[in-house]
Design a protein around this ligand. Structure first.
Ligand SMILES: Nc1nc2c(ncn2[C@@H]2O[C@H](COP(=O)(O)OP(=O)(O)O)[C@@H](O)[C@H]2O)c(=O)[nH]1
Ligand SMILES: [Mg+2]
Ligand SMILES: [Zn+2]
Length: 221
């Protein structure tokens, strides 16, 4: 399957109702849903491409973007089922439109559904999409001070990814401070360090997702 469906995001109240309905459906199906949140350019789509190339996960992606369908095209090129949501300038995704997007995905064939949220470290963290958990993505060039500057995201995520670690030798990124701040905000949260150029760290990340997908499937009600 290789298709892109484009939806426009609508403004809608009572979004919690949609988030609950998504969560309920996923629980019945045993489908893991992961909401990926990070700045524009932090490497979210590249990470998802790398994840798709790592065999053994049946995945689909919902791409949230202000305007283009470029990220969806990148995923479709890898034969990943993908739905694009254009928010028309909206800075986060909302559950009502995510639920509609899910209707055009082959959910019963999947291990995991990833949502690449709109590039933004602030409000995407505040919106429940009915996901199992949020993942905070920070790329090394953005700086080690960002977890404390955007504490809500880093405190609420169930995994933190430090991407572009290949660039660390060229940066003055204080990894000790980064680790300490993340641990302080979110004690015990798993932190993955990935380099999508060499692929370093991707296997550990995919293992984590695979484990969570298996756990979800095992708990089908
Ligand atoms: N050096 C380096 N560049 C990366 C890495 N991951 C992504 N990039 C580059 O960062 C830019 C933004 O990546 P993209 O995945 O589109 O970011 P997104 O906006 O978060 O989806 C692209 O030019 C990528 O090639 C990485 O691990 N190392
Ligand atoms: Mg992207
Ligand atoms: Zn927003």
């Amino acid at each position: 399957m290789n298709r892109i469906i484009t939806l426009q995001q609508s403004v809608m109240a009572e979004d919690e109702k949609f988030a609950s309905s998504i969560r309920e459906r996923n629980a019945r199906m045993g489908l893991l849903m992961v909401n990926i949140i990070g700045s524009p350019g932090s490497g979210k789509t590249t990470l998802l491409e790398r994840t798709a190339l790592n065999a053994g996960l049946a995945m689909a992606v919902i791409e949230g973007d202000l305007a283009t369908d470029r990220d969806a095209e990148r995923m479709a090129r890898l034969d990943v089922p993908v739905v694009q949501i254009n928010t028309r300038g909206g800075c986060h995704l909302e559950a009502n439109v995510v639920e509609r997007a899910m209707d055009s995905l082959p959910l019963d064939t999947l291990d995991v559904l990833f949502v690449e949220n709109v590039g933004n470290l602030v409000c995407p963290a505040e919106f429940d999409l009915g996901e199992d958990f949020k993942v905070a993505v920070l790329s090394a060039p953005e700086g080690a001070d960002k977890p404390l500057k955007y504490p809500f995201l880093f405190a609420s995520a169930k995994a933190v990814l430090l991407t572009k670690t290949d660039l660390l030798p060229h940066l003055s990124f204080d990894t000790g401070m980064f680790d300490a701040d993340v641990e302080r905000l979110n004690p015990g949260v798993p932190v993955f360090r990935t380099d999508s150029i060499s692929g370093a760290g991707i296997a550990e990340w995919v293992d984590f997702i695979r484990f969570k997908a298996r756990e979800k499937r095992a708990n089908v009600r």
